[in-house]
Design a protein around this ligand. Sequence first.
Ligand SMILES: Nc1ncnc2c1ncn2[C@@H]1O[C@H](COP(=O)(O)OP(=O)(O)OP(=O)(O)O)[C@@H](O)[C@H]1O
Ligand SMILES: [Mg+2]
Length: 251
Amino acid sequence: MTRIIGVVSGKGGVGKTTLVSNLGVSLAQEGKKVAVVDANLSGANLGLHFGLISYPTSIHDVMRGNAAIGDSVYKHPSGVDIMPASLSIEDLDVEPRNIKQEILDNLSDKDFVLIDCATGLDRETMTALDMCDEVLLVTHPELPTISDALRTKTIAKKYDKNIIGIVLNRVNKSDELKKENISAFFDLPVIGIIQEDHAVRKSVEAKNPIVIENPNHRISQEVKGVANYILGKEYTYKQGILDRIRSFFRK
Ligand SMILES: Nc1ncnc2c1ncn2[C@@H]1O[C@H](COP(=O)(O)OP(=O)(O)OP(=O)(O)O)[C@@H](O)[C@H]1O
Ligand SMILES: [Mg+2]
């Protein structure tokens, strides 16, 4: 059965797209068949994370009924199939449409479809949310962002989505809110803590997810931990020597 998981947040820029690309690859590396879908119709960039820059058809064409799902999915060497959104401003007027059934009919071989959602609570986000069965909530560990994420959680619950848990991203040493407090606040497990690290930006600029570019990096290990949590498996972190030294001094 295909699991459709939406990656959502309250505020923008918290790292949803970066997580979708890296999680997609991590699940593929675990032997799963994965597709990633850019449902951020007005802020498309998921394809770019995979080096997919120009493509004849996109989710916009599917939503307009001008293309079939099969014609808007592109294969990445990692094994992940990508359904990008159009980068053209001329496509911004598309009416968001729930294409869940078309996804299920055409991507029925997939174990996972990860949906990169838009930010905010407008029609675009609601339509994307409506397409998912499960949801991953991404947030920074700071109060205003958490407060917005809580609103998204409440709506996801109202839509009857199974909320898998929270991924804290761009975490700094100076962040004061701790995992336990955040977990209690949301009444959800924190399933990943991803540090702020320049290596993420570098991999995005290289158009290559960090789990491919640097699989032993602490960020990659953390994402693999999230992938294994979703798969219901234990994950033992493989840390490089530098990360071991960092962890030692952080204790
Ligand atoms: N752990 C991290 N450390 C450092 N930079 C990060 C990290 N995660 C993401 N970034 C950077 O943060 C920026 C925003 O990330 P991303 O585009 O994934 O967020 P988003 O939630 O999808 O944003 P939007 O709401 O606009 O779609 C990008 O420049 C990305 O490279
Ligand atoms: Mg994004």
